[in-house]
Write a protein that binds this ligand. Sequence first.
Ligand SMILES: [Mn+2]
Length: 323
Amino acid sequence: MNHDSHIASVLKALDDHDTFYLLGHEDPDADCLGSQRALGSWLGRRGKKAHLCSVGPWGRPEIFDWEPLFIGKIPPLEDGDQPLIVILDCSSPERTGFPDTALPEAVTCVIDHHAAGSDFGDIRYVDPLCPSTTLMIQKLIETAGDEPTAEEAEILFLGFCTDTGYFRHVEPGRAEPLEAVSRLVAAGASPAETFRLLAGGRSLGSRKLLGRVLERSELYFDGRLVISWENWKDWRELGSERDSDMLYQLMMSISGIEAAAVIREQNDGICTVGFRSITNLDVSDIARFFGGGGHRKAAGCTMSGDLHDVTEHLLQIFADRFD
Ligand SMILES: [Mn+2]
């Protein structure tokens, strides 16, 4: 699909407004926050006012320092403001974590690369084939005839690396995104520093938790599915810092594996479940079945019940898919 007309309508809307509310999803990652920051910075260079809003939390080490740049609530409108609300890296107001009532009456624009989502938004630039939302922001800046500054390039590159698992999830035939990020490196982004930022900064507890979750892994369906779990007792003992990326990387490196599910049992009969796939098996479809969402190869949902119930339920659903 050609998105030129969508890009043009977003650029026109950015041009037509002077005040912006830039929102991402709750539990933000560097793609979401990086899109907000880079777009905000570019709008600032054009003499415009951008409020960066996020409900957090700020647990991930690579974004830990960014919290002071964001406001945890939606600031009130000032007299005469005709703002544009831009929702980034998700496609609905609910995903932002802000109550509906907190959002001012305004034109809304959605910029997202997730397939699941409503058709919410007056202006929509949604490209499920784009590896990161930051790449969509880069396209906007470049289509407007501008170039990212060194700082914007660094942030945009970090977002791209976050969502592609540092290039590990880039599909064949996708030279264009790589050409685009090479321009970020030319503008000052450091691949070496970005990798250190994404891979480092972890607590010993988080390393021990990885070991524990791997230890508990069980294979199902002739070794095509791996399931493991962690719970609140682990977090109390080792801290709740997660390194899902590394965990899934290790799980998906098991010979013959097609999918992984990690169950996180909360204190209150609720489990959150993360899914990964490395075949055509669409885990977002499974997540959606339980009221969650995500991408074909990475998705998540919340399920009620204890570890045992949730495992049984998952095995029933996966049994259909592995038929
Ligand atoms: Mn993203």
